[in-house]
Design a protein around this ligand. Structure first.
Ligand code: IMP
Ligand code: MG
Length: 179
């Protein structure tokens, strides 16, 4: 596996600091509220788990699974809801937790879908942002790291369901997906 990883892009320690800073900001911005934190499966599992444990406001945790990717590295642009929320978000403050914003297709469509349910607000917190790849106009309200146009894995992010459990965010060697 070692030579399938080109380099560490964001280290475990850098992630810890950024997650703590993000939580501090959310504690301020949502003081007195009880937002619904939506973990977008599966890429955001570790990010969400680490983030919510740094929050001192009460939150409801929910999960949603959508996809606009097959097993490759290019977004198909079509949103499939594989698992919907368990809670009604009408009148609630919603924080969408996303691993990475790439083309923006997934979040753009997901946000519009959820807005139809009349939440009090929807904000997006993303671990990573790849602005060079954006084709749909959407941005994170909170973002931990802006990264260059590289395919990354680890800390929840996968390539074909592999590498999610790496503790750092790493650049995947091109040889893995250009075979
Ligand atoms: P978008 O619709 O193009 O913004 O893609 C969003 C989704 O694509 C993310 O939630 C990831 O699951 C996946 N994705 C985009 N870029 C990467 C990457 O560099 N590594 C792993 N997954 C990625
Ligand atoms: Mg994802």
């Amino acid at each position: 596996m070692i030579n399938e990883i080109e380099k560490v892009l964001v280290s475990e320690d850098e992630i810890k600091v950024a997650v703590k800073n993000l939580a501090n900001q959310l504690n301020i911005d949502y003081a007195g509220e009880k937002p619904i934190v939506v973990c977008i499966l599966k890429g955001s599992i570790f990010f969400t788990a680490d983030l919510v444990r740094e929050l001192n406001i009460p939150v409801t945790i929910d999960f949603m699974s959508v996809s606009s990717y097959g097993s490759g590295t290019i977004s198909s642009g079509e949103l499939k809801v594989k698992k919907d929320l368990s809670f009604d978000i009408t009148g609630r403050h919603v924080i969408l937790i996303e691993d990475i914003i790439d083309s923006g297709n997934t979040l753009y469509k997901l946000k519009n879908l959820l807005l139809e349910r009349n939440p009090a607000s929807i904000k997006i917190a993303a671990l990573l942002n790849k602005p060079d790849r954006r084709v749909t106009p959407i941005n994170a309200d909170y973002c931990c790291f802006t990264i260059p146009d590289e395919f990354v894995v680890g800390y929840g992010l996968d390539y074909d369901e592999r590498y999610r459990t790496l503790k750092d965010v790493c650049v995947l060697s091109r040889s893995v997906y250009e075979k």
